[in-house]
Design a protein around this ligand. Structure first.
Ligand SMILES: CC(=O)SCCNC(=O)CCNC(=O)[C@H](O)C(C)(C)COP(=O)(O)OP(=O)(O)OC[C@H]1O[C@@H](n2cnc3c(N)ncnc32)[C@H](O)[C@@H]1OP(=O)(O)O
Ligand SMILES: CC(=O)C(=O)O
Length: 532
């Protein structure tokens, strides 16, 4: 354990219970170093014996021993009612997993014992006792997830607490109070965890108390922190809060709050500074787009849009941020929009490497043009490349110039049987002369892109590696039907990075053409090609 609260990661088990998440064995193996990187002390790998992929995962780990620091936990249930623990196939599978830690889920709500297990309260206590004692005898560390602990305690406090005591008496190192249905509030968590801690003391029992909180009331992180305040020294959660239904406590947010706000050294400073990278890397592997507004690690977590904020931030960044974003590996960003003031533009320019602090005329002109353009329908929130082209144009008195477009045309051919594709012709001139290029594509924008690339790449080979990776269309005034204004945002990538440009037009082709030409201009600029 790096600090005074142990971090137990259940991304690979409870995280994988999220709707739409489907982790292969290879995915789980790829995620392991990421979970270790942010400072997980224990990684729960899944439920061997229940889920064939998890059985395979534990086999792989036993064979390859990939963990460098964290310990591995296998998750499973207590023995079945009426079955000897030695004969329970799922308990046997937990042992076969070779995981040094086994986390058992035990019913701790009397209603679940009656309705879900359909057994007696006494038999459930025996199931807990037998399974914990047996696994401890076999040399495993055993932790017990007290399922529905908080709801159970509200219904029949004595029974819920009796299950916890039974687990500790049988040898469990840790009992985890679970808010399985995710509806608890911090006050209740604080009280119940405090009572559990006091009860274990009264009984002369020693065990770590843990917390496992679901997010159904959007309280999972708050509840986790409340439990720590009440004496929990083991927190469970998942990267980015993945998990069953609305998810689990986001372990990254919980760690950042504990470390930076509550003075609990849960991970090292270096691990803390890796939180943002891990959040995004894990999102890539599980194939779920990162949540931009995720606290601490989201790309918008330290992004400022309002002009008034920017004007104060220019003097002191801490005036409008709750922590220094670098502590969690994130960055402050300025967003330029019609809410910008001159300070926003100055800070954005600084981000781009331009000092405009003594150019009030430029700041005013860019601000004016941004507001005017946004009123027409342009958007600059997510199109930094268009913002940079505009700032440079105003600051240096002319647009970056690599080519002149003489004309472009495109047409789509079709018949009653459907569309047959599109063709475009682009006539342009560069320093190397005039060219006329034909492009063919699946649609008119694709054809225009092919023709433009064709004309440019022969002169600027730097564009060979540049590709169009995303294309978003928005009709701004749909009530105007076919006369509506269309906005297109195009994203491009090259070895130099990813950038986005915006175009506006009376139709999708005109809007795309503007975004496309700006995209290539920016690509040439990013590649360091000198202007004409
Ligand atoms: C709160 C949580 O998120 S816990 C984690 C939940 N995760 C999962 O359920 C994912 C993996 N689960 C599975 O693959 C399957 O549900 C299995 C293999 C565990 C069980 O499958 P099946 O044998 O077909 O049973 P089924 O899923 O229908 O019902 C669960 C059984 O476990 C019993 N059970 C539930 N909790 C416990 C427990 N803590 N201890 C012992 N038995 C339990 C139920 O009473 C039920 O028994 P029954 O078959 O005699 O009615
Ligand atoms: C164990 C578990 O996942 C829960 O109670 O929510």
């Amino acid at each position: 354990m790096s600090g005074d609260v142990l971090v137990y990661d259940t991304t690979l088990r409870d995280g994988a219970q999220q709707e739409g998440m489907n982790l292969s064995v290879a995915d789980k193996l790829t995620l392991l170093p990421m979970l270790e990187a942010y400072g997980a002390d224990i990684i729960e790998g899944g439920w061997p014996g229940a889920i064939p992929r998890d059985t395979e995962f534990f086999r792989e780990i036993a064979a390859t021993q990939p963990l460098t620091r964290a310990r591995l936990a296998a998750f499973g249930a207590t023995r079945k009612a009426g079955v000897d623990v030695e004969d329970d196939q799922q308990v046997a599978a937990l042992l076969a997993s070779e995981a040094p830690i086994i986390t058992l889920v035990a019913k701790s709500d009397a209603r679940h014992v009656a309705k879900a297990l359909r057994t007696t309260e006494e038999e459930n206590l025996r199931m807990v006792r037998d399974t914990v004692a047996y696994l401890v005898e076999q040399g495993r560390e055993v932790m017990v997830d007290l399922e529905h602990f908080f709801d159970g305690a509200d219904y029949d406090r004595d029974y819920t607490f009796a299950v916890a005591v039974e687990a500790v008496r049988a040898g469990a190192s840790t009992v985890i109070a679970c808010d399985t249905n995710g509806g608890a509030l911090p006050d209740g968590i604080l009280a119940r965890v405090g009572e559990l801690s006091a009860l274990l003391d009264e009984e002369g029992l020693t065990a770590t108390i843990g917390i496992h909180a679901h997010n159904d009331g959007e309280m999972a992180v708050a509840n986790t922190l409340a439990a720590v305040t009440a004496g929990a020294a083991h927190i469970q959660g998942t990267v980015n809060g993945y998990g069953e239904r609305t998810g689990n406590a986001n372990i990254l947010t919980a760690i950042a709050n504990l470390h930076l706000k509550m003075g609990r050294k849960v991970v090292t400073d270096d691990q803390l500074a890796d939180l943002s990278r891990v959040s995004h890397a894990v999102a890539e592997i599980v194939n779920i787009a990162p949540y931009r507004r995720q606290p601490y690690t989201g790309v918008s977590a330290f992004a400022h849009k309002a002009g008034l904020h920017a004007s104060a931030i220019r003097v002191d960044a801490d005036l409008y941020q709750h922590i220094d974003p670098a502590r969690v590996g994130n960055d402050m960003r300025m967003i330029v929009s019609d809410m910008a003031g001159r300070a926003s533009i100055e800070l954005k320019a600084r981000e781009l490497g331009l000092d405009l602090s003594d150019r009030p005329d430029v700041l005013s002109e860019v601000t004016r043009r941004i507001k005017e353009a946004e009123a027409l329908g342009y958007t600059y929130d997510a199109t930094d490349a268009s913002v940079e082209l505009l700032i440079r144009e105003v600051a240096f008195g002319e647009r970056l110039s690599y080519f002149d477009i003489e004309s472009w045309t495109t047409h789509l051919s079709g018949s009653s049987e459907g569309s047959h594709g599109a063709e475009a012709v682009v006539k342009l001139s560069t320093g190397a002369g005039r060219s006329v290029t034909v492009g063919e594509g699946v649609g008119p924008v694709d054809a225009l892109d092919q023709a433009l690339r064709g004309g440019l790449c022969s002169v600027y080979p730097e564009l060979e590696d540049c590709e169009l990776i995303d294309f978003k269309v928005r009709i701004l005034d749909p009530s105007a039907a076919t006369r509506a204004t269309t906005r297109v945002i195009i994203s491009m990538s090259s070895p130099a990075g990813i950038w986005a440009t915006v175009g506006l037009g009376r139709d999708i082709i005109e809007a795309s053409w503007e975004a496309l030409t700006d995209g290539y201009i920016y690509g040439l600029f990013k590649a360091g090609v000198p202007v004409r």
